[in-house]
Design a protein around this ligand. Structure first.
Ligand code: SF4
Ligand code: SF4
Length: 115
């Protein structure tokens, strides 16, 4: 799970210069972390996440606390997007599945009601 920058950030830029993977992005004064690039500093020479360690605020930079399924779907979407080269593959699959499911339900209800 990647780190993220919160509204407590005071835009001091410290984290940008210490991140070993270039995951910290700056748009104007807004800082954010690209979760695709953030490795939690694992595999680098650092033993602790540098953005959190160097941040002068209490909670300007914190670990993401996505729930399990949110995180699972985000990862699944990234993998499917890379494999199929379609960023909306999952949404399209879900829409199609929902439609088929709805049709089956209506048909089943029709059979029960004798319509
Ligand atoms: S945890 Fe490490 S890799 Fe991730 S954004 Fe912070 S400094 Fe960069
Ligand atoms: S080190 Fe903390 S306060 Fe400074 S830019 Fe990064 S998140 Fe914001």
């Amino acid at each position: 799970m990647a780190y993220k920058i919160t509204s407590q950030c005071i835009s001091c830029n410290l984290c940008e210069s210490v991140c070993p993977t270039g995951a910290i992005k700056v748009e104007g004064t807004r800082h954010w972390i690209d979760s695709e690039l953030c490795t939690n500093c694992v595999g680098s020479i650092h033993t602790v996440p540098q953005c959190k360690a160097g941040c002068p605020t209490c909670d300007g930079c914190v670990k993401e606390t996505n729930d399990y399924w949110e995180s699972w779907f985000a990862k699944y979407n990234r993998v499917i997007g890379k494999l199929t080269k379609k960023q909306d593959y999952w949404e399209r699959w879900f829409d199609c599945y929902s439609q088929k499911f709805s049709e089956q339900m209506q048909k089943h209800q029709g059979e029960i009601l004798g319509v």
